[in-house]
Design a protein around this ligand. Sequence first.
Ligand code: FES
Length: 144
Amino acid sequence: MSIFTRREFIKLSKGFLTVTGLAVILGPVIAYFYPSSLEETPSDPVLVGPESELPPGESKTVRFGRYPAIVINTSEGLRAYSAVCTHFACIVKWDPELYEIACPCHDGFFNPYNGEVISGPPPTPLEPIKVEVIDGDIFVGGAA
Ligand code: FES
């Protein structure tokens, strides 16, 4: 004698598979449209590398918690931002010829000095990250 009839077992299995399938499909979709903010970033500063390896006008992208950060050696000094575009979370890149931070997904462009949107669909500026040089090494993040 079994606990379930064959029909009940099939019904329960269908329900379980439906719920599991929805979770598998909807989880990444929700994560895509609502990416985590920088609140999930490391509490300790993250080493970018020696200052001597980031000449003026160049950038470096480093892992910063779950997301990358972009560090740019601008003509006004070092700047660091979350590299996650504020539009649909693509990863932005430094364009040294335009001297702007560019998002390749929908042609969003950001000001390298303050992260403000220059053009394109991003609704808000890039999130700034503290950047400092300690004993010749660049660090991002850490306590303000
Ligand atoms: S995701 Fe960056 S412009 Fe759309």
